[in-house]
Design a protein around this ligand. Structure first.
Ligand code: GNR
Ligand code: NI
Length: 167
């Protein structure tokens, strides 16, 4: 297995729109395993392929404390949404930044698993929030884009400065 490099906002590659997965082969399953290893290592609850510069519609997630509920979503689509909820979100691609985002409270998602088999899942709570956050990544959207232009500017400046200091 291997750890993958996570892109950091404002890297323009985070705005790439991912294309559907068409082939369920060993290469895809290796990518999935590497994404899980990268997500657990970074202490994240979800990771979209976009964040590791792989522009296919693929998400891994595990919201459990014990890292024993791995979930894979290939070509995920939200088919129903209900209600509204506000949650203080963070993102592995925007390290150290947390802010409130309004999303649907409940979602029904349709996706394929690692073998290409279709499933549906009704989610609420953190799972529903995370699914919406990850599908946004596949569409090239980062959570800070829900914040004001002023906040986005400040976050860009802060992360660019930090990136320079890491050189
Ligand atoms: O680890 C993560 N935590 C989190 C917290 C609140 C809302 C969304 C998330 S997803 C994030 C991992 C990540 O960046 N996924 O894209
Ligand atoms: Ni994220």
């Amino acid at each position: 297995m291997a750890l993958l490099n996570i892109l950091h906002y404002p890297d323009e590659r985070l705005h790439t729109v991912a294309t559907p997965v068409q082939t369920f082969d060993d290469a895809l399953r290796i990518q999935i395993d590497n994404m899980f290893e990268t997500m657990y290592d970074a202490k994240g609850i979800g990771l979209a392929a976009t964040q590791v510069d792989f522009h296919k519609r693929l998400v891994v997630m595990d919201i459990s404390e014990d890292h024993n509920e791995p979930r894979v979503f290939v070509n995920p689509v939200i088919v129903e949404k209900e209600g509204e909820t506000v949650y203080e979100e963070g993102c592995l691609s925007v390290p150290g930044i947390y802010d409130k985002v309004t999303r649907a409270e409940k979602v029904k998602v349709r996706a394929l698993d690692r073998d290409g088999k279709e499933f549906e899942l009704e989610a609420d709570g953190l799972l529903a929030i995370c699914i919406q956050h990850e599908i946004d990544h596949l569409d090239g959207k980062v959570f800070v884009e829900y914040l004001s232009e002023m906040k986005q500017g400040r976050i860009r400046t802060k992360l660019k400065k930090r990136e320079r200091q890491n050189m």
